[in-house]
Design a protein around this ligand. Structure first.
Ligand code: NDP
Length: 247
């Protein structure tokens, strides 16, 4: 096995270890913000800075890499860029949480994650991927469909939550659509997105990103779910955290 494959394998192992840790320790931003995590910055700018490496590193490494770019490459770069333009440049400035802050530590850890994740995926696609498969094939088609379905769910759910906050009454129980089945459709949608991307790319780094997304977001959704139950006595009992009917 070559050094790159070892590195990505190790990266996946770190994700697997991270999942149970994040189930125990609620990552201290958003509703789980607590004192004692060091210096903080406004949460809008926290989101911007932590997502910026993802927006830049992957597309630049692919475009500047020596490997010739075919339609599959452009599909993958397009999906990635579409997601991160929203997450970096639009989502943070739509948040209605004026005055809320985020620990610099969280921002730095996300910067490292996004740089490594973008770097591994960018290196693979820009430098070492085998020539494009026939295009379009079933993997690319199903993967892209899953990605867009996930993106639709994620953006719809984010917009619903931001609108709830914009009503100016603090936290409320979200209702309607997938919110009647799970507490965090935005996280469910994002997990679908990167699973779809991994299918379309059919590469070890893309698989590592899907595993990492699950390792980050399933515990976050689990923690949000527990928080809702602690805070709202009338919280719907049959609602799951992140996977409809399952978890
Ligand atoms: P939340 O889903 O907790 O919140 C999103 C926004 O809505 C925040 O402004 C939040 O306010 C507000 N909000 C949430 N719930 C309510 C409610 N019940 N009533 C009123 N306002 C509410 O954000 P997360 O930080 O968990 O996730 C945000 C996005 O980032 C998601 O789309 C997620 O998929 C993505 N993400 C991706 C990660 C990855 O590894 N790929 C990691 C983390 C997030 P407040 O901030 O005050 O709580």
């Amino acid at each position: 096995m070559d050094a790159f494959t070892w590195t990505v394998g190790l990266w996946i192992a770190v994700a697997v270890v991270t999942l149970p840790v994040l189930l125990k320790v609620r990552a201290p931003y958003g509703r789980h913000t607590t004192a004692g995590w060091g210096p903080t910055l406004p949460n809008h700018w926290g989101w911007f800075w932590m997502e910026l490496p993802a927006l830049l590193v992957f597309p630049l490494m692919v475009v500047l890499g020596p490997r010739e770019q075919g339609p599959l490459t452009w599909l993958l770069v397009g999906l990635w860029t579409l997601h991160y333009i929203n997450r970096t440049l639009i989502f943070p400035f739509r948040l209605r949480t004026s005055g809320k802050r985020m620990p610099v530590l969280i921002v730095l850890s996300a910067v490292v994650f996004n740089a490594v994740n973008g770097g591994l995926n960018g290196w693979w696609l820009g430098h070492i991927a085998p020539p494009d498969r026939p295009f379009p094939d079933a993997l690319a088609g199903i993967g892209a469909l899953l990605f867009f379905a996930g993106m639709g769910i994620n953006r719809w759910a984010d917009a619903r939550l931001i609108a709830l906050r914009a009503a100016g009454t603090g936290y409320q129980v979200p209702r309607g659509g997938l919110f009647d089945r799970i507490s965090c459709p935005n996280h469910f949608g994002e997990i679908l997105e990167w699973t779809g991307f991994a299918l379309a790319a059919w590469s070890l780094p893309a698989l590592s990103f899907a595993v990492w997304t699950f390792a980050n977001l399933a515990p976050r959704a689990h923690n949000h779910h527990a928080w809702y139950r602690e805070r709202f006595a009338d919280y719907p009992r049959d609602r799951k955290a992140v996977i409809p009917f399952l978890w």
